[in-house]
Design a protein around this ligand. Sequence first.
Ligand code: DAH
Length: 353
Amino acid sequence: MSLLESIGEQQATALARIEAAADTAALEQVRVSVLGKKGSLTALLRGMGAVPPEERAQVGAAVNTTRDAIEAALTKRQQLLAQAELDARITADAVDVTLPGRAHPIGTQHLISRLTDEIVEVFRGIGYRVVDGTEIETDYYNFTALNAPPDHPSRGLQDTFYVVDRSGDEAAVQGESDVLLRTQTSGVQVHTMEDQELPIYILAPGRVYRRDTADPSHLPQFTQIEGLVVDKGITFGDLKGTLDYFCKQIFGPDRKTRFRPHFFPFTEPSAEVDVSCGICGGAGCRFCKGTGWLEILGCGMVDPNVYGYVGIDPERYSGFAFGVGVERVACLKYNVPDLRMLLEGDMRFLRQF
Ligand code: DAH
């Protein structure tokens, strides 16, 4: 076969292989094997030295034409295959924009936190400040300075969790610890009267603990809000007006309040406050056990004995205190039949509020 024939055959073979290349990688292999350093056409060009001088121009021209033809075919095929590969990738990677997105549910405040804030806002609006107490408290602040010295019968009303040191202190292990989980927020009254300047208008929300088994009307852990006012000339009338205002703000303007005499060691006189039943309007129904009234909080005038513990002169100052259970208010406001529902965290229940 003459050299020219061999060039023609190379061109035909190369063009056929280019046409047959299925993807850009295969095409690149064809390019290297024809035009690369060790490619077949490159080898032909190298062999030009052996071509007789009178044939060189013609052979050279033939090689150039062949190379141009092959390069043009490579470029064309390259574009075609690259486009096909791009199309395939776009199809494969396609995002279905009609799929629904993944929802991230937004959390909300628990009913009790919200109601606590609501009550705090009512009192802030009439000049009260919020103070914090601690859930771990000493016997002195939870009982003694609230006029319930050791052996006082009122201590028995609130079964207490004691914090005991298990590291070997025998006295503590036997339950003689002075440290406890507070059974009421009333201890904050003592801290506040010890620490703060008079007059005092404070509110102290927080969690309290009692050794009770959870049932529809008891929880071992619940939320109280303590209120304390100490100023010159404070009377029981101020207490009544304040708590009546509070009840109307929380339950609605048509609700009535009544004060029943009661006993708390740290107030004298003491009272329990009832609010008229929102279901029957006071006529009597199952919710209010036929009485027309629902008990919501305890209160009273600060007992002079308590002033004795904190060094306030009861001749110059007087005041009142109250303590309200937030879970109880929630039950009455939203007709929740069982306190335990407020502690369980069942979303089907909580989402209603
Ligand atoms: N600490 C009382 C309790 O847990 C509630 C209470 C009653 C608080 C009368 C007061 C008060 O401040 O004056 O049962």
